[in-house]
Design a protein around this ligand. Structure first.
Ligand SMILES: Nc1nc2c(ncn2[C@@H]2O[C@H](COP(=O)(O)OP(=O)(O)OP(=O)(O)O)[C@@H](O)[C@H]2O)c(=O)[nH]1
Ligand SMILES: [Mg+2]
Length: 645
């Protein structure tokens, strides 16, 4: 395709007019030999006028066509000048005919200089990886792996006339005439350096922490997974350190968040200085850092951990007129062929770090795999790893224990307290008391409680939809589920529950939350606020274990409680102990005055049940009435497993 101006068509029209005039002249001469001169003159004049007219019409048509062509050419020129892509056209022998301004800028050639030169001379491209020169029309499309959608496209480096290089994506296609003859080639390319930079930035941001520039938790976990794999496949030994700064909050509280941020940045350099080239240091969040020590036996890992700890402790952070020093508590877990999943290693390290804090901070706690007799900490760490595994393998189960309404003619619709059990490695069912203390110490309690609550809500929603729960509110009963102090103080809990209850709609009064008296009273404001919020969502509240804590009835006035569960310690001996009897009686009476229903826990024999009925306690719960039973799906009879929240 030539974009150079074409010669004028007027010469052609002129020639056509002259030819017509010459033909007429010959015809008139022939006529003149046989006809009178006047007739010849008239015919000649008419013919001449006709010739002029035809010539003028042809000339006008030619002018219009030429103008249309001119407009199209201008449009093409302006388009090629204004687009951001580089465009090069060649003739059939791959010799340059035209470069648009972008192509001129990137190749360093002007159209005038380049015209007639071979494409390979002006448009020099190299393989991105090897730097080898490529023939743009033959080899280049195969040179890169991130090729475009079809043949004739690819990304390579364009080398300009003066050596300037730039990654480009390009495509080329032949220009053909109507009958298929190749007239030339058009190459279109664009600079991809900016897109590449942006993609690299995004990639970096996804795997790094913006504050310190260290890798983030996600990338750390990925690398940990790789290390576990090499430990398994090549019998190599590595180590993981989990570090949490001691009393870091003091810096934030005294000098503000900006000071805390600066300390985190400076400590990053302090710690990096203690690590080997092959190690990874990551910021896992807040003031928590993680280190992966590659090919590092436990003794060496311990030396590095202590060196890190000492460097952090010795570092003095100066902010305005104040100087701070912080410590670091470190959990160290060796990574060997026997190590489990990444999440297991992390939870063990977390447990060790917690242990280091508990022992007084500024120390390293090494994880030792249990052998034979296990110490308290080790058995707890084992329990933590079992809990983590139960999360991964879905080995938690929901149970429920009936709460029976007392008194003659009491409706026998079911109320339940929901309980959670864990299946351990040996397949034994562990009650909540067996794993909840370890879960609480190692920050796993909220996760378990969230799972319990969300699984229960989903289960009840399905039961309600299946018509298994009475539509009549007075015959519906309730399901109560426990919330610990940790969950009560979790600021995101109301949002979490709101989302669940919006997604899985339940009839009002079906879901009840149990909070122990001690928890409620030691978090009085938070508990009262949460209770009011959840009551607004149609839930009710029970105060659990009443009598064992601060036992002040005055608190009941501040807490919007619907049900009060009398602690089992007072209930079990009610039939024989007059003091216990009097306490239960008093709790029951005052609750009723306040409009609160009562439940007696731990009912284990008929005598106790008879006394409670005589006292007018509303409900009773205990093994004598019914032991806990697995909650199963009505349709399949399969146990309800805890779904992920
Ligand atoms: N400046 C700053 N502070 C943060 C950032 N992320 C979390 N924190 C704060 O870091 C603190 C970390 O909590 P903790 O580790 O429990 O506090 P600590 O004072 O170090 O207590 P111990 O670890 O128990 O010794 C919290 O107060 C967070 O608010 C951050 O990006 N910048
Ligand atoms: Mg800390």
């Amino acid at each position: 395709m030539s974009l150079a101006p074409r010669p004028s068509h007027y010469a052609l029209v002129g020639t056509f007019g002259l030819l017509l005039a010459a033909l007429l002249a010959v015809a008139i001469l022939g006529l003149a030999t046989h006809h009178p001169p006047l007739l010849v003159v008239i015919v000649g004049a008419l013919a001449l006028a006709g010739t002029i007219l035809v010539t003028l019409l042809v000339a006008r048509q030619v002018k219009r066509t030429e103008y249309a062509l001119y407009l199209e050419k201008e449009l093409a020129q302006v388009t090629l000048h204004s687009i951001g892509d580089g465009v090069i056209t060649t003739d059939a022998d791959a010799r340059i005919e035209y470069l648009n301004p972008v192509a001129e800028q990137y190749t360093g050639w002007s159209t005038a200089d380049a015209r007639g030169r071979s494409l390979t001379e002006v448009y020099r491209v190299t393989d991105e990886r090897t730097g080898k020169a490529l023939d743009p029309l033959v080899e280049a499309p195969k040179a890169s792996t991130d090729l475009g959608p079809g043949p004739g496209t690819g990304s390579v480096r364009l080398v300009g006339r003066h050596g300037r290089e730039c990654p480009i994506r390009y495509s080329h296609s032949p220009i053909r005439s109507r009958d298929g003859e190749t007239l030339g080639m058009i190459v279109v390319f664009h600079d991809v350096s900016q897109i590449r930079t942006m993609a690299q930035q995004l990639l970096w941001q996804a795997s790094h922490d913006a504050l310190t520039g260290l890798v983030n938790r996600r990338e750390f976990e990925r690398r940990l997974g790789d290390l576990i794999e090499t430990a398994r496949a090549q019998q190599r030994e590595h180590a993981l350190l989990l570090m949490d700064l001691d009393n870091f909050k003091t810096v934030n509280d005294t000098c503000g968040h900006a000071a805390g941020d600066e300390l985190l940045r400076q400590l990053t350099f302090v710690m990096l200085a203690r690590m080997r080239g092959s190690d990874t240091l990551a910021r896992l969040g807040g003031d928590e850092f993680g280190a992966l020590l590659e090919s590092c036996p436990p003794e060496q890992a311990l030396r590095i951990a202590h060196a890190l700890r000492e460097s952090v402790r010795e570092f003095r952070f100066v902010w305005e007129d104040k100087t701070f020093s912080v410590g670091v508590s470190i959990g160290l877990v060796p990574i060997t062929a026997e190590t489990g999943s990444a999440s297991r290693v992390l939870s063990l390290a977390d447990a060790c770090c917690y242990e280091a804090k508990k022992k007084g901070r500024d120390r390293v706690q090494v994880y030792r795999p249990p052998e034979g007799e296990v110490s308290g900490t080790d058995s707890e760490l084992q329990m933590v790893s079992q809990i983590s595994q139960a999360f991964e393998l879905g080995r938690f189960r929901l149970y429920r224990q009936p709460i029976v309404q007392l008194g003659p003619g009491a409706p026998q619709h079911p109320n339940y307290e929901v309980l959670v059990r864990m299946i351990d490695r040996a397949g034994n069912l562990i009650p909540a008391t067996g794993f909840m203390p370890a879960a609480e110490r190692y920050n796993l309690l909220t996760s378990i409680e969230r799972w319990v609550v969300s699984s229960l809500i989903e289960y009840l929603h399905n039961q309600w939809n299946a018509g298994a729960i009475s539509r009549e509110p007075s015959q519906r009963g309730w399901y109560s589920v426990n919330l610990s102090g940790t969950s009560i103080n979790d600021k995101s809990l109301p949002d979490f529950l709101r989302n669940l209850l919006t997604r899985y709609r339940l009839p009002p009064g079906l879901l009840c939350f149990e909070i122990t008296e001690t928890t409620a009273i030691s978090n009085l404001n938070t508990a009262a606020e949460l209770m009011r919020e959840l009551k607004g969502m149609g839930c009710s509240f029970a105060l659990d274990d009443f009598g064992t804590g601060f036992s002040s009835f005055a608190y009941l006035k501040y807490l919007p409680v619907d049900v009060l569960k009398i602690a089992g310690t007072f209930v079990v001996d009610i039939a024989t102990d007059a003091v216990d009897y009097a306490i239960v009686d008093a709790i029951n009476r005052i609750s009723h005055i306040l409009g609160i229903q009562t439940v007696a826990e731990s009912v284990e024999d008929a005598g106790t049940l008879a006394k409670l009925t005589a006292l007018g306690v509303n409900y009773a719960q205990g093994y004598f009435l019914a032991p806990p039973e697995a909650i199963v799906h009505a349709s399949t009879g399969e146990p309800v497993e805890l779904a992920s929240a």
